[in-house]
Design a protein around this ligand. Structure first.
Ligand code: FAD
Ligand code: NAD
Length: 463
């Protein structure tokens, strides 16, 4: 007879969404079990956000050593990269964070069951653990199974065709890398490898990079790619590998065959909805995702779903916010998932921050919006940080009638840390005056927010 657990809350998936919901549920006095088949921390911590940002940082350090001539910095010898050590350093960060999550769960008194959960009905699953099967039946189930890399038809993963997971743990630096997909992952990692010295080509189906964002916002990244010698094939379609192992690509100018020692396919992620018995749970679907309402309730009473499993944006902080919220709802609190904005950062060169509505989204929604742009070329701090190279700026989208802020975006080096201010302004329902009259520290990049707000009010100072 398998051991049977009967907790108030069962969480499936120990990624950011799952482990946060388990900690919060336990903090609120609910007996909680968390099932995780892999390492605690899930995609973000083990093979996503954290390892990619570690590699991007290492690549920045390397590129800074190579490219300091303008600032009067030269090296007698070119720097050398020991990728094995870089990966070991990255793995050390992952290890520390993953055991930190285990510690947090233990302190909150969450019982962790290691293994793959398979559901037989909406509230019951069995987990094959090293010590034998464990059956779990819970009053509430929080599904946080996450997502996996989407493969391309004709180009399955395996061998030299890799996803971001393999790209983050390569044994040797590829000489030639072809990246399929100029989205978040393709550009973040493609740029990092280029900085390490790899020859990089990018193949993108749309007619521009980062197609979910507008041309102005992505132009500085495009410029960097061009200056760095990254070969860009836009409006291009991959058809598979040819007989010589080259990547066959159809472009408007005709067919191409690209040689590479690694092909990184980064054409999006899809929710993990196979292999754990979802068909036994009577849940509704929204396309490939699990359908939920604004409290993350599924069609089945007492079954909740969060994070990448339930749709865009597939971002770690959204998963976290939904996880904490669901735990609080189960504990009896009144909560809804209705954020003013889920800000996003693309950690490219330069970085892009997007919070709230883009100008074309405001126009599409029929809002009469004012667009105010302050270029980093006019910011002293940006100059000292080389933050405006390639045409960086802060941009505010506001309603013309009441000056309420609908969106704030920025592109430039080091702008990532402005995301908090942007999200805060939107969450507080700020108007242009609030930002214009907040005294920002001099000299900081944040001053560009004041300046953009002043432009919106018709009172430009430094422009
Ligand atoms: P996941 O983190 O995917 O966790 C799901 C967990 O569930 C997994 O650990 C899996 O093993 C487990 N699981 C699934 N089914 C079962 C089962 N039946 N039994 C037991 N366990 C199960 N987002 C950002 O916001 N910022 C970034 O900088 C960023 N960078 C990224 C970089 C890369 C390369 C990638 C791939 C993603 C990145 N993301 C980033 C996205 C982010 O990782 C995801 O949005 C986030 O991990 C989603 O969290 P989650 O809890 O929904 O799912
Ligand atoms: P993405 O949606 O960001 O980009 C995929 C790109 O691939 C798009 O530009 C798309 O037009 C292109 N594409 C699709 N099919 C193609 C084809 N057949 N040939 C060529 N190009 C094709 O997806 P991603 O980069 O795989 O990232 C997945 C998700 O992970 C993101 O949407 C995001 O939610 C998350 N993520 C976030 C961060 C971050 O927050 N900084 C970083 C990495 C990943």
């Amino acid at each position: 007879m398998p051991e049977t657990l009967r907790p108030r809350v069962l969480v499936v998936g120990g990624g950011l969404g799952g482990y946060v919901s388990a900690i919060r549920a336990a903090q609120l006095g609910l007996d909680t079990v968390l099932v995780e088949a892999g390492r605690l921390g899930g995609t973000c911590l083990v093979r996503g956000c954290i390892p990619s940002k570690a590699l991007i940082h290492a690549a920045d350090r390397f590129a800074d050593m190579v490219g300091g001539e303008t600032l009067g910095i030269t090296l007698d010898q070119p720097p050398r990269l020991d990728l094995g050590k870089t990966i070991a350093w990255k793995d050390g960060i992952v290890d520390r964070l993953s055991s930190g999550v285990a510690g947090l769960l233990a302190r909150a008194k969450v019982r962790v069951v290691a293994g793959w959960a398979i559901f037989s009905d909406a509230k019951s699953c069995t987990v094959e653990t090293e010590a034998g099967p464990v059956a779990i039946t819970a009053d509430n189930v929080i599904l946080a199974a996450g997502s996996e890399a989407a493969a391309l038809p004709g180009l399955p993963f395996g061998g030299d065709v890799i996803s971001s997971t393999e790209a983050l743990s390569l044994a040797a630096l590829p000489e030639r890398l072809v990246v399929v997909g100029a989205g978040y992952i393709g550009l973040e990692l493609g740029i990092a490898f280029r900085k390490f010295g790899t020859a990089v080509s990018v193949v993108e189906a749309a007619d521009r990079i980062l197609p979910r964002y507008d041309e102005a916002l992505t132009r500085p990244v495009r410029r960097w790619l061009s200056r760095a010698g990254v070969e860009l094939h836009l409006g291009a379609k991959v058809t598979g590998l040819d007989g010589d192992g080259r990547l066959a690509v159809e472009t408007v100018a005709g067919p191409l065959a690209l040689t590479a020692d690694k092909i990184l396919v980064a054409v999006g992620r899809r929710p993990l909805v196979e292999g754990w018995g979802i068909e036994e749970m009577a849940l509704d679907r929204a396309g490939p995702f699990v359908k939920v309402d604004d409290q993350c309730k599924t069609a089945m009473r007492g079954v909740w779903a969060i994070g990448d499993l339930v749709g865009e944006p597939m971002l770690a902080h959204k998963a976290l916010a939904q996880g904490a919220m669901v735990a609080e709802i189960i504990a009896g609190q009144r909560r809804h998932f209705d954020p003013a904005a889920v800000a996003a950062i693309v950690f490219t060169e330069p970085e892009i921050v997007v919070a709230g509505m883009l100008p074309d989204e405001a126009a599409a929604a029929g809002v009469d919006a004012a667009i105010s742009v302050f270029p980093f070329a006019a910011s002293g701090r940006a100059m000292t940080l080389e933050a405006g190279a390639g045409g960086g700026f802060v941009r505010i989208v506001s309603r013309r009638d009441d000056q309420r802020i609908l969106g704030i975006q920025a592109v430039g080096r080091h702008v990532a840390e402005l995301a908090g201010e942007f999200a805060h302004a939107l969450a507080m329902g700020a108007v242009l005056e609030d930002l214009a009259h907040t005294i920002h520290v001099h000299p900081t990049l944040g001053e560009a927010v004041t300046e953009a707000a002043l432009i919106g009010l018709g009172q430009p100072l430094h422009l």
